[in-house]
Design a protein around this ligand. Sequence first.
Ligand SMILES: C[S@@+](CC[C@H](N)C(=O)[O-])C[C@H]1O[C@@H](n2cnc3c(N)ncnc32)[C@H](O)[C@@H]1O
Length: 217
Amino acid sequence: MLVSSRSAEEYRAFFALTDDDLAGRVLDCSAGASGFTAALGAAGADVTAVDPTYVDRDALRDEVARSAAAGVALVDAHDDRFTWSWYGSPARRRELREAALAAFLDDLDARPDRYVVGALPDLPFEDDAFDLALCSHLLFTWAGSFDAEWHHAALTELLRVADEVRVYPLVHLGAGEPVAFLPALLDRLRSEGRTVRLVPVAYEFQVGATQMLVVRR
Ligand SMILES: C[S@@+](CC[C@H](N)C(=O)[O-])C[C@H]1O[C@@H](n2cnc3c(N)ncnc32)[C@H](O)[C@@H]1O
């Protein structure tokens, strides 16, 4: 799996985040080398990042460099399945990623306690520890590696620690094919009493990936 470094600007667009959304306790789950916690933390927000790779921070530094190159190759391999409408150009995307990675690495040193080792579907947090949990490019993106049961367990765990969970994108890695088990998974969550919504967002990179999933307890 890639350990990528999306920026706070990208996260704001993926998750249609408002300043009100960011006023509470926020969790970036599967944060990888994302710059979200660094940027929002610097602005005074209460944000925590969790990812299994934080267990070995030296290995993580090597992995993020390898992942950056692999991420570009993945886009090149499926170039007809991506649109540059949001970024404007490959150079702008690269600029955002490089700045996010630099901010992440600085913040990892400056505020190490904000970067917690943990993995779904068993997070190391108390019930109700957060108001909002964000999950970028793990669930659904890696549905080739994690099945429907795992996704259900992961979402249930996120709802244990947070009132509201937002997930983006909702399609497979690369070409962005639909995830076959998504409709049944949403029905199952609704049948368990969860509030489930598919909300349009003002971001598109994988063609057609223009919705986030919002689930509340
Ligand atoms: C493609 S990266 C996305 C990173 C970041 N959220 C972003 O959008 O740039 C996927 C991340 O999920 C993490 N991951 C893998 N398995 C996980 C699990 N079971 N629970 C939480 N995170 C996991 C990986 O270590 C990796 O950092």
